[in-house]
Design a protein around this ligand. Sequence first.
Ligand code: B12
Length: 355
Amino acid sequence: MDQHGSFIARLLDTGLRGFAAETAVRQRQCLQEQGFDLPPGVLDSLIADTEARVLVLGESLATARPALFLEHLEWGRSSYLARGVSEQGLALNLLCLRDVLLRNLPPDAHSAVQSLLDAAGRSFELPPRPIGDCLETDSPQGRRVQEALLAILEARREDALRLLLAPLDEGVSVLEVETGILGPLQTAVGALWQRGELHVHEEHYATRIVEEALVLLRSRMVRGPGLGKSVLLCSVAGNLHDVGACIVADHFEAGGWRPLRLGANVPGEDLGRAVFDFHADLLAVSVTLSSQVRRTAALLSDVRAFCDGEAPPILVGGPPFNLVPDLWRVVGADGFAESAPGAVREGKRLLGLSA
Ligand code: B12
């Protein structure tokens, strides 16, 4: 981690709510000066959005990886575009945030904050990236995703499960269904949610069905000969996403590993004890949001401190690591993989097992 950037990130954490509120109020004043006002009730969500932005700004500075913040901003721009909202509000929010931070932070923090926020401002010179629906219809798997999604959105649970499991009878493996159908289904649900075309309860319903399908698939999984190795899997503290970690765990299990699944949102001190008590041979940590990078670095060092020199190799994965290829090194992990099959290959390499 970058020492100076981490120091600024800590200052941002300390004043998070205040910086976000001051930015939102300033933004409102600017609008009022131009004869506009925020619609009623929008101030609270503006403060919450700004808070999320300041958090990722801190992560980007602490890791010295601008891409984390710039990509988070792109995500915001795409969401605005999909909803037909002008992105000028977002651009104004950044300008107000810049003012607020430069007034509140000590002078030695200015140049880092300024250069990142200026780079963010320049990104508005390019058009925002449209969000596709992530549904492809050219392959049998793509059509399966579409049919299952339709069944889910029409609350036809049994049909959805039947469609998700049917490929097994056509010779497709459990692991291929997980990565080729369930993963893309979740991505499509996320894209539709981001476009404002799908409600939160529909995403929850879809995820429940995917979790149910994962349990049913697991009961039909072919396992390779046991390797005599265990892998402890979890999502970092604060990360409520765990479908990715489940799919990774299944790939390890099919490859002959003993998976120890701790699920979502596991705090560092508990994870160290779990690794120690279970004698895990490998630890695999899943991270979904760019705001969860520093806590991943802290988690890894907590585990190592708890295990006092006896910690197993640590593998990390998830979208922020796919976005910034060397981020796994920055958080102090021993390895990284982009996908579930890659995770098993990397796990074997880390333990010196033949491929
Ligand atoms: C379901 C879901 C949720 C559910 C999760 C429930 C659950 N039990 O998992 C809930 C409702 C909790 C949720 C909450 C939020 N979510 Co959400 N969520 C999703 C969604 C739709 C699917 C996630 C998923 O299952 N993906 C499928 C898996 C298979 O993909 P994956 O996780 O990337 O995993 C693969 C690889 O990354 C890798 N991998 C993953 N882990 C690991 C670990 C190791 C060790 C290795 C080697 C590899 C590896 O292998 C996996 C298999 O290929 C995604 C959309 C998407 N594109 O993924 C949004 C998404 C991730 N969520 C998003 C957001 C914004 C949120 C919230 C902030 C929303 C809010 N305002 O509250 C909160 C944050 C909660 C939190 N603190 O974590 C955004 C993130 C955008 C961004 N740029 O940061 C996404 C991308 C949606 C979108 N398109 O905008 N979410």
